[in-house]
Design a binder for this molecule. Structure first.
Ligand code: SF4
Ligand code: SF4
Length: 421
């Protein structure tokens, strides 16, 4: 008995679209970790050092708000596009689909032939020829899994470090585990991942509504089959389906809207002199694109995008906060000057090392600050002693502004000076 799905290869306009979106996504995945901006990675999520490089900016745990907003933006984008276009992500952009379509199936066809040949050989049972073909295919799958795993981990560990052998043992351990999972997926698991494991496939039913785009069989044109309807029951739409389903039975949750059946039926119908595929992209019910669900998701997306831009524009290369040294208000020195001691906490958000200078807006104040140097993305703390000369009369509390400068950025940090007056 045959197990698994043997999708027949298919050509058509949606498959061309797949090829192009797949190529673009692969270029993004494979090339990005190698790009640099001003000597630093263009994009790298360096978990070990708790920082992320993104297009010339460096983000650290102090920037968690950006991570939260970007995560919410990604989630609501998925909600928004699912409400409008159904599972287009699954059909065109999901790495699982891209790698299966662009890597796994072409390699399988190269070694084992198309659907009919594979099914016939598998039906016959084991032979030297079958074992050699499957063995060669699996060796290529191992290499593919290793390359893809190295590429995924490059986004975190840095492509040059990882491929140059400079990453730690634990990182290569992650590559090995990820490579093993990918090999398992490429060699056997495949469509079962979408059907049983993928969380998006599970909740997409709640995100879509009857106005979302799905792949659907036009019953009114196709039925009755082999009769007055246009469907000639060639079963080609079933043979090409990577999910192993028959879309003529109606909408099914397993459908990833890859449109292979649309292209297959288009080819069949053209030969029959019928202008249109019996399977098309359409919503279950014609509804306007502007409806409560899409408006709600769209408004949230706009709000998040605005918040992200505003925060990015306001973001400084330097963060500074000041706090009074614990347990002290003021001290009168032997020379009669009044001393307040503070701790200045600084964070260098830039990718360059900086020397920090501190001044005060109080004209007669004397500042004692040890020299402070911060490496790229480094945080540090320094004591700041402010002294005021003796005076006949002063308010008990004076406003104090510390002017902190580093790497072309100047910040004013407000606190108060206790005189004891
Ligand atoms: S039914 Fe058609 S669109 Fe859905 S998964 Fe199968 S081939 Fe792709
Ligand atoms: S490919 Fe078209 S004609 Fe052939 S079985 Fe499917 S729906 Fe019918």
């Amino acid at each position: 008995m045959l197990r698994g799905v043997y999708p027949l290869s298919v050509k058509g306009r949606f498959q061309k679209l797949h090829r192009w979106t797949g190529l673009l996504l692969q270029a993004f995945l494979f090339v990005t970790p190698w790009l640099t901006v001003a000597g630093h990675p263009a994009v790298q999520f360096d978990i070990g050092a708790r920082r992320a490089f993104i297009l010339g900016e460096v983000f650290t745990p102090r920037d968690t708000i950006f991570l939260v907003i970007a995560g919410l933006f990604g989630a609501f984008s998925l909600f928004f596009f699912t409400a409008l276009y159904g599972r287009l992500w699954c059909g065109y952009a999901c790495p699982q689909t891209v790698f299966l379509e662009e890597w796994v199936r072409p390699v399988e066809r190269f070694f084992e032939g198309d659907r009919g040949q594979r099914m016939a050989r598998d039906r016959k049972g084991w032979s030297l020829d079958r074992a050699a073909r499957k063995g060669a295919k699996l060796v290529v799958f191992v290499l593919m899994s290793a390359v893809v795993a190295m590429t995924f981990v490059s986004w975190f560990a840095g492509a040059r470090t990882l491929w140059g052998g400079g990453a730690g043992l634990a990182t290569y351990g992650v590559v090995a585990v990820l490579g093993g999972i990918l090999f398992f997926d490429f060699a056997w698991f495949r469509e079962q991942f979408c059907n049983y494991l993928c969380p998006y496939a599970r909740f997409q039913g709640a995100l879509a509504d009857d106005g979302s785009l799905v792949v659907a069989y036009q019953v009114e044109l196709g039925e009755p089959r082999k009769g007055t309807g246009a469907c000639i029951a060639c079963e080609k739409c079933v043979a090409v389906c990577p999910q192993g389903i028959d879309i003529r039975e109606g909408f099914q949750l397993e459908c990833i809207t890859c449109a292979r059946c649309v292209d297959a039926c288009q080819g069949v119908m053209e030969k029959q002199g019928h202008p249109e595929s019996l399977i098309i992209y359409k919503p279950l019910v014609q509804r306007p694109a502007v409806r409560p669900r899409t408006v709600a998701y769209g408004s949230l997306l706009t709000g998040l995008a605005v918040a992200l831009v505003v925060l990015l524009v306001q973001r400084d290369n330097l963060d500074a906060t000041v706090a009074r040294a614990p347990g002290t208000l003021y001290t009168v020195d032997a020379d009669g000057w009044v001393r307040n001691t503070f701790f200045l906490r600084l964070s260098n958000n830039s990718m360059d090392p900086v020397d920090v200078s501190v001044a005060s807006t109080m004209a007669d104040a004397e500042l004692l600050v040890p020299p402070l140097h911060l490496a790229a993305t480094e945080s540090g703390m320094t004591p700041v002693v402010v002294r005021l000369p003796p005076a006949a009369q002063r308010a008990r509390t004076l406003p104090l502004e510390l002017v902190v400068s580093a790497g072309g950025t100047t910040l004013e940090v407000e606190t108060t000076f206790k005189t004891g007056g």
